[in-house]
Design a protein around this ligand. Structure first.
Ligand code: SAH
Length: 442
């Protein structure tokens, strides 16, 4: 039998128990007042040309949300595009009701159909690209001031500089450019001219010999866009002279994303040092400034030859380049009971896709485990991963597993990423890929 109220106050108490107390009701979110849309929704096809008459691509609700969350790429399954649209065009983006969302490069082949250029309704013309390039360069003038142009810097970092599919690296007074998608590839002459106007480089090299272009239906290509083949270009990284062959080196000539990490690694270097996956010896030469002796290992004979040449150029005599598989060398060294005071691990991306993450983690675990076996007490391990598929937390967990297996306690001195001239775009996780931990092993 239900309880009867004994007084009006008691009745109110029972009422509260049934419906929740006033305080509870007060904090319950009220339904948001319905927002009245004053403007009538435009009918598709009759959208007023804002600043231009580009074709309109309509985005699904999911794609609209993705843009709102900061992303800059929309997949083909989330768009409706006019049939006659060709790859490389600039398009207007609209939601299903026709509201303007931005302008983008359209790709006809890639699964990424749309790459955002601007959220403003502004003309995407030559002036637009001049502004974007100048904006990108302005950041580098701050984070890597170099009026004499003796260093190297990434001047344009694709989507992160709101210039999707365009990479521009400067090595001293020469530029190396990659146009990775249909839209930037079709405009490479324009970009070359604008860069010439803005920077007056000695030469502009095109390094379009990269596999990602295949997703865009673009062929492999490299050669000169302006000027003559500059041959090996010397540039400074800190006080070390490095050399990049813009036409035949890996990537655009060097691995610029690691520049600040190399300088930082040099700060901690001491004693006997080991630089695994050294390529042209860029880490090794920074370590050599403080370490007594450095062993630099790469599987490529060409890389080691370049490293030896660069060491000679710097009159450095305490670096020895070895051509070897780093996995084998690390195992052999640890089985032989060798000790190093400083170890750098900068392997190529082990995980190139989602399917290879497990294998990649085994690879990272293995080299880190060996390094923790090899490093002397109080020694430093600089361990890196440039696999986008392996995020910071997963990488750190893998390094921890290696440390635990080796029964070593590890201090994290620095958690680092790519150099500041490789900014990331908030909301586009794909622009954040490089992880570098500087560890002291106790
Ligand atoms: N640390 C370099 C960049 C390294 S890039 C720098 O700062 O400039 C990765 C390098 O690893 C490449 O030069 C490649 O030749 C080398 N490599 C790939 N697999 C290897 C292996 N199993 N053993 C040794 N080197 C390897």
């Amino acid at each position: 039998m239900s309880e009867q109220p004994r007084s009006p106050k008691d009745a109110r108490r029972m009422e509260r128990l049934k419906h929740g107390s006033r305080s509870v009701r007060d904090v319950r979110p009220r339904a948001a007042p319905r927002q009245r849309v004053r403007r009538p929704a435009p009918v598709l096809g009759s959208i007023q040309a804002g600043t231009s008459d580009e074709p309109t691509v309509v985005l699904s609700k999911r794609a609209v949300d993705r843009l709102a969350e900061g992303h800059a790429w929309i997949y083909r399954s989330d768009i409706a595009a006019p049939a006659e649209l060709s790859g490389g065009e600039v398009v207007r983006l609209a939601d299903e009701r026709g509201w303007f969302l931005g302008k983008a490069f359209y790709g006809s082949r890639s699964q990424i159909a749309v790459r955002l250029l601007t959220r403003e309704d502004e003309p995407v013309d030559e002036q637009f690209f001049v502004h974007r390039l100048a904006q990108a360069i302005a950041l580098r003038d701050v984070v890597r001031p170099d009026p004499e142009r003796r260093q190297a810097a990434r001047l344009v970092h694709g989507e992160a500089d709101l210039l999707p599919g365009l990479i521009v690296d400067r090595y001293a007074d020469c530029l190396s450019m990659q146009t990775l998608i249909e839209a930037t590839d079709a405009r490479r002459e324009l970009f070359a001219s604008l860069l010439e106007r803005l920077l007056a480089p000695r030469a502009i090299v095109e390094r379009n010999d990269v596999r990602v272009r295949a997703h865009e239906g673009l062929e492999q290509r490299k050669g000169m866009l302006r000027g003559e083949n500059p041959g090996p270009v010397e540039f400074l990284e800190g006080e070390v002279k490095l050399v990049a062959d813009l036409l035949s080196g890996q990537k655009t000539g060097a691995f610029l994303d690691q520049a600040e990490n190399r300088l930082e690694a040099g700060r901690y270097a001491k004693g006997r040092a080991l630089d695994c996956f050294t390529y042209g010896g860029a880490f090794a030469l920074q370590l050599a400034r403080k370490a007594e002796r450095v062993i630099a290992v790469d599987i490529s004979e060409q890389a080691a030859a370049q490293g030896r040449e660069v060491a000679a150029r710097n009159r450095v005599e305490n670096v020895e380049f070895k051509v070897a598989n780093a996995f084998d060398l690390l195992r052999a060294e640890s089985e032989a009971g060798a000790r190093y005071d400083t170890i750098v691990l900068d392997p190529p991306a082990f995980a190139k896709s989602k399917d290879t993450i497990e294998a990649a983690l085994r690879g990272y675990k293995e080299i880190n485990l060996r390094a923790f076996h090899l490093v002397s007490p109080g020694g430093v391990v600089v361990t890196c991963s440039c696999s986008f598929q392996v995020d910071d937390a997963t990488f750190e967990r893998t390094v921890l597993q290696a440390a635990s297996d080796a029964k070593r306690s590890v201090q994290v001195i620095e958690r680092r990423g790519a150099a500041k001239d490789h900014p990331t775009l908030l909301g586009v996780p794909e622009t954040r890929y490089l992880k570098c931990l500087i560890l002291r092993v106790l």
